[in-house]
Design a protein around this ligand. Structure first.
Ligand code: ADP
Ligand code: CDP
Length: 211
């Protein structure tokens, strides 16, 4: 079974994808990490995120970068959002993501274009979202947990800017697939969001069996 989980920054898609993977016994790939690794590698090489050639050169990043704590900063998220708009970057990362999706037994992938581009044939697609304010508050809590101070208003502005870039780009923009189930987590606790996600997956699986 392939489960595609897409949605904007800090919507809870990673939390939900990890929980679904554990519940259904499937491997999980956070595809955002790949774009973050490209962004960070480009920055360290002194590249220009607006240059498609510089960004494409950074797709050959060393796998060790995927464990770098700097990947998780909002600054790296913003860089990832800039380099991910280049078609050459998206193309270079596609085979790796598709191979993961098609592991025997299935997989859970989360990102922006899993249900639309990477695995349009996924058995189940969730589009996870939450209001920009709620997402900014969650990120601020997350940063506080790492000893960093976050201004919620500034975080909300960054999140809105990233949404606009990710939804407005020409190639693989963030969008809910026609056949995706919408899961708005604005008013749900983590546990409630996970339970709702499991119920949505099980309902889809049941529907596939009776079709
Ligand atoms: N339903 C929820 N309620 C409260 N906090 C949540 C919820 N879902 C996720 N979080 C927290 O919000 C932050 C962002 O969640 P994450 O799953 O990393 O989002 P994404 O993968 O969409 O960026 C994390 O600190 C996570 O623990
Ligand atoms: N499948 C994906 C995943 C991420 N991305 C890009 O990478 C950036 C970082 O993604 P992420 O999933 O790590 O970000 P968060 O939602 O965790 O903040 C996004 O803003 C997108 O621009 C993408 O284009 N396609």
């Amino acid at each position: 079974m392939i489960i595609a989980v897409d949605g904007p920054a800090a919507s809870g898609k990673g939390t939900i994808a990890r929980a679904l993977a554990a519940y259904f016994g499937l491997p999980h790939l956070d595809t955002g990490l790949l774009y973050r690794a490209v962004g960070l590698t480009l920055k360290r090489a002194g590249g220009d995120p607006a240059s498609e050639a510089d960004a494409a050169a950074a797709t050959g990043f060393a796998d060790g970068v995927l464990a770098d704590p700097e990947l998780r900063t909002e600054a790296t998220g913003a860089l990832a959002s800039r380099v991910s708009a280049h078609p050459a970057v998206r193309a270079a990362l596609m085979a790796r993501q598709r191979a993961f999706a098609h592991r025997p037994g299935g997989a859970v992938l989360d990102g922006r274009d899993i249900g639309t581009v990477i695995a349009p044939e996924a058995d189940v697609k969730l589009y996870v979202t939450a209001s920009p304010r709620v997402r900014a508050e969650r990120r601020a809590v997350e940063m506080a947990g790492r000893g960093l101070i976050a201004d919620v208003d500034a975080m909300e502005a960054e999140i809105r800017a990233r949404d606009a870039r990710d939804m407005g780009r020409d190639h693989a923009p963030l969008a809910q697939a026609d056949d995706a189930d919408l899961l708005d987590t604005s008013e749900l606790s983590i546990d409630a969001a996970i339970q709702r996600a499991i119920a949505l997956v099980e309902a889809r699986v049941k529907r596939h069996h009776t079709e």
